[in-house]
Design a protein around this ligand. Structure first.
Ligand code: IPD
Length: 272
C-alpha cells in the first residue's frame, strides 16, 4: 500500500517546520550573528544559525517522516532511516539570503520543499523577519495569507522589472555583471535583492515581472520555483533545458521568449 501522503499533507508538515525554523533564525539574529565559516569563496559565508536551523529542520522532518531523504544546503544529503529508497525527499535551505541575514537586511527566508519520485509537489518559503509565508502544492496554486497568487501580466520586456542574482565566484560575478550591463538598457530596471527563494516568491506575487539567475542549487529554487510556477510563471533554462544550475528563468508566458532569447544572445549561462 502506498503510504506517501498527498502534497497538501506534506505542505502542512513543511509549514510547521518552517515556522519553527524561522523563529529560531529570527531569535539567533537578534542575539547577534557572525560568520562561522566560508564555503566556495571568502564571500560565500555560513553562520552558526545556518547550521543550527538546518539541524533543527532535519531533526523535525526525521521525527515526522523517518524514512524520507533530506537534502540540505549546509549538510548535504542526510541519511534516512530505512534501506528502501525514499520516495519523498525534502529539499532545505535553512537560510536563503545568508549575506542579507548577516547584515540584518530583511530579505531572507527559510525554504522547504517536498519532492515525490523526483518531482517537487509542495513548498513553503517563509521570510525570517517579516513572517511573509508563500506556499504551493503541485496543481493546487500558490498562496500567501489566504490569497491566491498570480504573476505579472506584463507583455513588453522593455517595461519589465527583472530580478537577478550573482554567484560567489569572482569570475562568475564578472560574467554575470557583463550580462546585466547589456540587459539593463532593454528592461525597466534590474533588482538584486539577495535571496533566490524569496525572489521567486516576489515574482510569483507580481511585485516584479521576471527573474533569472545562473548558478542556483536545488535548495535555492525547489520551493520558490513551485510557488512561481503555480502562480503562472513559465520556468525554464536556456535552449530548451530544464531549469537548473546553468540557468533558471521565471517569466510570464509573454516575456519568457524575449527574455530567454536576450539571455541566450548574451551567453548568460556561460562563463565559470
Ligand atoms: C544565495 C542567494 C542569492 C543568490 C545566490 C544564492 P544563500 O543563497 O539566494 O540571492 O544570488 O545564487 O547562492 O547562499 O544565501 O543560501
Amino acid at each position: 500500500m502506498d503510504s506517501t501522503p498527498p502534497p497538501r499533507e506534506l505542505l502542512e508538515m513543511a509549514i510547521d517546520v518552517a515556522r519553527d525554523a524561522a523563529a529560531t533564525a529570527h531569535r539567533m539574529r537578534a542575539e547577534g550573528v557572525s560568520v562561522a565559516a566560508t564555503k566556495s569563496t571568502v564571500t560565500d559565508v555560513v553562520t552558526a544559525a545556518d547550521r543550527a536551523v538546518e539541524r533543527q529542520i532535519t531533526d523535525a522532518l526525521r521525527r515526522l517522516r523517518p524514512g524520507d531523504a533530506v537534502l540540505g544546503e549546509e549538510y548535504g544529503a542526510a541519511e534516512h532511516g530505512t534501506d528502501a529508497p525514499a520516495r519523498v525527499r525534502w529539499i532545505v535551505d535553512p537560510i536563503d539570503g545568508t549575506v542579507n541575514y548577516l547584515y540584518g537586511l530583511p530579505h531572507c527566508g527559510v525554504s522547504i520543499a517536498a519532492e515525490v519520485d523526483g518531482e517537487v509537489v509542495a513548498g513553503v518559503v517563509r521570510n525570517i523577519h517579516t513572517g511573509e509565508e508563500w506556499t504551493a502544492t503541485l496543481g493546487g496554486g500558490a498562496w500567501r495569507d489566504g490569497r491566491r497568487l498570480r504573476c505579472s501580466t506584463e507583455t513588453d520586456l522593455g517595461q519589465a522589472l527583472v530580478i537577478t542574482g550573482f554567484g560567489y565566484h569572482p569570475g562568475r560575478r564578472a560574467h554575470q555583471a557583463r550580462v546585466v550591463a547589456e540587459l539593463i538598457p532593454q528592461v525597466r530596471d534590474i533588482r538584486r535583492l539577495g535571496a533566490a527563494a524569496v525572489d521567486l516568491c516576489v515574482v510569483a506575487e507580481g511585485r516584479a515581472d521576471a527573474y533569472y539567475e545562473k548558478g542556483l542549487a536545488a535548495w535555492d529554487q525547489a520551493a520558490g520555483g513551485l510557488v512561481a510556477a503555480e502562480a503562472g510563471l513559465v520556468i525554464g533554462g536556456l535552449k530548451g533545458l530544464a531549469p537548473g544550475p546553468d540557468m533558471v528563468i521565471a517569466a510570464p508566458l509573454a516575456l519568457f521568449g524575449p527574455l530567454h532569447d536576450r539571455l541566450a544572445e548574451l551567453d548568460a549561462s556561460g562563463g565559470p
